[in-house]
Design a protein around this ligand. Structure first.
Ligand SMILES: Cc1cc2nc3c(=O)[nH]c(=O)nc-3n(C[C@H](O)[C@H](O)[C@H](O)COP(=O)(O)OP(=O)(O)OC[C@H]3O[C@@H](n4cnc5c(N)ncnc54)[C@H](O)[C@@H]3O)c2cc1C
Length: 389
């Protein structure tokens, strides 16, 4: 059986590896629009952006290991359309790639703001090129405005501050990562960034940029202007599904799939682009995190090979900001009851448990990895005890 994987990054590569591990020895083709072999994105806002790693360190596998997969990697060529019935993809260069099974792993791209593209000095961060372009502008003493108080914006603010820039973090929510972690941990993060010298201008939307050819500032809905030499826009991401328009697949904030991560007969989706029906929460979910890309790929590969496995993970993500490692297991909703259950908020080492309707739904560790892992068991037990909701 032949398999075509579209998207040559974490989820696509993990799918190929899982197929081979499971003993699949049929032809596998991987199509990727980036010219690079698969690489890892988390270091792009951390070690690479900080200048501590050169870009070759983000490669996910050596040439030798890739060759061992016995897959054909077609790189630097984007899929532009899909004929789902005939399971054939067309590419920008005119290739036509057909296979008995197709796995869609095209990820997401950064959301932008109006006026953004016209101005030099305004950046986004998704690719290795983005990271290097931003890094080249992170000169000590320069004024950086980070638009977006989510996980990526918060990480970039931390990295840039540590590199000696004057950093202002802005966004509509009251604290960094308030939308992901709620007010308790959000408040602790706000204090951390403030202690390290980041200026927080939160609770404001951005209405535009100032500058002629190059950005000179960011305008807020309060009427204030934040002066800037460099700006990063980190306001979320959009699934790369444009090329699937007209394919007949259901597209709605990602490729909509059943609980088996199947979008149509013989067609599956995996990673950031996949919005699948999660049986545990009884809802459509789309996750953007690194562990999920690999974990879901294992289930997708099994189903491609004929298994009938539902995918229902306990989500996990981490973020590194300054010397703080935050690890989050489970589903954390900002409105959940959050309580410190190990350590102390003031000490800089603690675990927070999130509960909804008296059930543990999530656990967050702040520089406390061992206890966090132990507490994860409470999520497993709560999920096992409760009917699917
Ligand atoms: C800067 C940064 C920092 C991050 N840090 C963390 C972190 O600390 N912790 C964490 O858990 N997660 C983190 N993430 C998220 C994590 O990297 C993603 O969840 C992961 O990369 C998802 O993998 P993916 O393969 O699904 O998608 P992607 O990595 O987006 O890969 C999709 C690939 O498909 C290609 N593609 C798109 N359209 C087409 C097309 N039409 N034809 C062919 N190819 C196409 C894309 O160019 C890309 O190469 C971070 C992400 C970024 C950008």
């Amino acid at each position: 059986m032949s398999v075509l994987v579209v998207g040559a990054s974490a989820a696509g590569l993990s799918t190929v590896e899982a197929l081979r591990r499971a003993g699949h020895d049929g032809p596998v083709t991987v199509l990727g629009d980036e010219p690079h072999p698969p690489y890892d994105r988390p270091p792009l806002s951390k070690k690479v952006l900080a200048g501590e790693w050169e870009p070759d360190r983000v490669r996910l596998r050596t040439d030798e290991v890739l060759a061992g997969l016995d897959a054909e990697f077609v790189l630097g060529d984007a899929a532009v359309s899909l004929d789902a019935a005939n399971r054939t993809a067309r590419t920008a260069s005119g290739r036509e790639l057909g296979a008995e099974r197709i796995v869609l792993a095209t990820g997401v791209r950064p959301r932008t703001l109006p006026g953004h593209e016209e101005l030099a000095g305004v950046h986004v961060l998704r690719t290795v090129e983005d990271s290097l372009a931003l890094r080249a502008e992170l000169r000590p003493g320069a004024r950086l405005v980070v638009v977006g108080e989510g996980v990526l914006g918060s990480e970039i603010a931390a990295t840039a501050r540590a590199a000696g820039l004057h950093v202002t973090l802005t966004g509509p929510l009251p604290t960094p990562m308030a939308g992901q972690l709620g007010p308790l941990v959000g408040g602790r993060l706000a204090a951390l960034h403030a202690e390290r010298g980041v200026e927080l201008r939160l609770g404001h939307g951005v209405t535009g940029f100032t500058g002629q050819d190059r950005v000179t500032g960011v305008r807020l809905d309060s009427g204030d202007e934040l002066p800037a030499d460099v700006v990063v826009v980190a306001v979320g991401a959009v699934p790369n599904t444009g090329w699937l328009a007209g394919s007949g697949l259901r597209l709605d904030d990602g490729v909509v799939c059943d609980s088996r991560c199947r979008a149509a007969p013989g067609i599956y989706a995996v990673g950031d682009v996949c919005r699948w029906f999660d049986e545990r929460t009884n809802s459509l979910l789309r996750l953007e995190n690194r562990t999920h890309a690999t974990e879901q790929a294992g289930v997708v590969a099994a189903n491609v090979l004929g298994a009938d496995r539902a995918y229902s993970p306990i989500p996990f993500f981490w973020t590194d900001q300054y010397d703080v490692k935050i690890q989050v297991h489970g589903t954390v909703r900002p409105a959940a009851d959050a309580e410190v259950v190990d350590g102390d908020l003031a000490d800089g080492r603690f675990v927070v448990r999130y509960r909804e309707d008296g059930r543990t739904t999530g656990v967050l560790g702040w520089n406390m990895p061992k206890q966090t892992r132990l507490r994860r068991q409470e999520i497993v037990e709560a999920a096992a005890a409760a009917p699917a909701r």
